[in-house]
Unconditional design. Structure first.
Length: 281
């Protein structure tokens, strides 16, 4: 009688398992050394791309608002390491009737009657987007004087609040210098949103910090040298700015230069924008 052999046992020893773990760790360490640089480079590229996108969006937003601003309303100040850029954005515009342009007639309300400035006028052409409480601005011309000039929007001379939103528009007060307004060839007015009014961008210049946007704080005679109040929102963080504004000799055009630097996780990008400012009333 032949005795059956027992089945052979399969497996590995503790020493074999330990050797596999050690060898695997060594190989993984060697691979990590080679791929770490590539991974770091990829993450840095992603970080720079995000910063570039944020800087571009921020500058485009400022440029769009400046292009829609009331002529000659842009001004800036720098105080305690922060630059404040202020302007009055518009939401729409139109033309008013003027007895000097041949559009006068029975039952029509003209901006100028007998050389004076009325507080009620008909709108020529399509009715712009305007509501009660919005402000109407006519012939804002900073070259005619200081903030107290009758043609300065911040002093209230070229601005008045509407009390209705239909033609004829009625105003809470007479607009500025009647002689200038009645001889103004374009007969154009701008509409400023009652919920926005003046806008200020505040950006650090000395050290990276928060770039803020302020609005709906009213119209102040002097440029802001501190947060003007109203409603505020963060535009972008870890930012520094270099802003300069150069109006032409006749103040009919201007150039706004903005250099914006954003930083994050050891990376930084710098974007530059030259913005043309049309100051023709």
């Amino acid at each position: 009688m032949v005795k059956a052999s027992s089945p052979r046992e399969h497996g590995f020893t503790l020493i074999e398992a330990t050797m596999v773990i050690v060898i695997t760790g060594i190989v993984s360490s060697m691979v990590a050394v080679f791929i770490k640089t590539s991974i770091d480079s990829y993450m840095n590229s992603v970080n720079r791309a995000e910063l570039t996108d944020m800087a571009d969006v921020t500058l485009r937003r400022i440029e769009r608002e400046v292009h829609l601003a009331v002529p000659n309303s842009l001004r800036m100040t720098t105080n305690t390491g922060t630059t404040y850029l202020e302007f009055v954005p518009t939401k729409d515009g139109g033309r008013y009737r003027n007895e000097g342009d041949g559009s006068s007639g029975a039952g029509l309300k003209n901006m100028c009657t007998g050389g004076g400035t009325n507080t009620s006028f008909d709108v020529l052409g399509p009715m712009p987007s305007v509501a009660a409480g919005d402000s109407i601005v006519v012939f804002n011309d900073a070259s005619l004087g200081s903030t107290g000039s009758p043609s300065n929007v911040y002093g209230g001379g070229s601005l008045a609040v509407t009390t209705n939103g239909a033609s004829p528009l009625t105003l809470s007060a007479a607009l500025g210098n009647s002689t200038l307004i009645c001889s103004y060839a374009n007969n154009r007015f701008e509409v400023v949103d009652r919920n926005v009014r003046a806008v200020t961008y505040a950006c650090p210049t000395a050290a990276a910090g928060s770039m803020m946007r302020y609005w709906n704080y009213g119209f102040n005679a002097n440029p802001p040298s501190a947060p003007p109040g109203g409603t505020s929102a963060l535009v972008v963080g870890n930012a520094t700015c270099a802003i300069d504004y150069i109006p032409s000799a006749m103040q009919r055009i201007g150039l706004l230069y903005i250099t914006l630097t954003l930083s994050n996780a050891g990376e930084s990008v710098t974007a530059f924008r030259e913005i043309h400012v049309d100051n023709t009333p």
